[in-house]
Design a protein around this ligand. Structure first.
Ligand code: SF4
Ligand code: SF4
Length: 223
């Protein structure tokens, strides 16, 4: 338990650190683009045709066409790197999947076109009780209980055999093939993708921080 908690705490601390650093660096870059005759910051309402307005257009262009593209490319690199790692067959992710949505809510979402919800329901069925789920990975359930404010629902896959094999491996859906699709996922220590996670986590945190920062600027800069 202590381990999972400290992993999560470390991740949060690293995120705060990279967020602060990235926000400062981006602000310096934006300030460096500022024409010398402009007074005010990049969020000021400047008259149209003014140097200030052109500066804002340049900044938005840089956010859209340089930084957002770089973020996208970097994410793709991280996902491509995942191919060098392999599932070790521990079956934890087949035996314990969680969702913030109940089965009824997932069904409703699937009906409204949410593909992930549809796939999730095609694979997983709910545990009868949280206590059943707890037996699979007690530390993880405890961690969620301590850190999640909202209800979490626990599921398992009935296609998993008693000897922890997928009984329909060749036809397993994309959702299974893609797991884990994000190095920030909390993985069991038995997972064959832990090394990928460890290697990519810092860059992924940076990319997530950059996405939030870029969105903030794009929303606040007057168009
Ligand atoms: S379909 Fe197979 S791989 Fe997917 S969750 Fe079920 S047992 Fe695991
Ligand atoms: S937790 Fe990782 S190693 Fe275990 S079954 Fe899932 S993908 Fe494979």
């Amino acid at each position: 338990m202590k381990d999972l908690n400290s992993i999560l705490e470390n991740q949060r601390a690293k995120f705060r650190e990279v967020f602060k650093y990235s926000a400062n660096e981006l602000q310096k870059r934006i300030d460096g683009m500022k024409p010398s005759d402009v007074e005010g910051d990049v969020f000021t309402q400047f008259p149209s045709g003014s140097s200030g307005k052109m500066w804002q257009a340049d900044v938005l262009n840089m956010l859209e066409n340089e930084i957002s593209k770089d973020i996208y490319l970097k994410f793709n690199e991280i996902l491509a790197e995942r191919k060098n790692y392999h599932c070790s067959g521990c079956a934890t992710c087949c035996n314990l999947a969680c969702s913030e949505f109940s089965p009824d809510e997932l069904a409703e979402r699937a009906k409204n076109g949410d593909k992930f919800a549809g796939q999730f329901l095609s694979v997983f069925v709910p545990y009868e009780s949280k206590e059943e789920a707890r037996k699979v990975y007690p530390e993880y359930i405890e961690l969620l209980e301590q850190n999640k404010e909202n209800e979490v629902y626990f599921y398992h896959c009935p296609k998993l055999t008693k000897d922890k094999k997928c009984s329909d491996y060749e036809n397993r859906p994309q959702i299974c093939r893609d797991f884990p699709d994000n190095p920030l996922a909390l993985l069991p220590v038995t997972c064959g993708f832990c090394d990928w996670k460890n290697k990519s986590e810092e860059m992924t945190l940076l990319l997530h921080a950059m996405i939030e920062i870029v969105e903030y600027y794009k929303e606040k800069i007057p168009v």
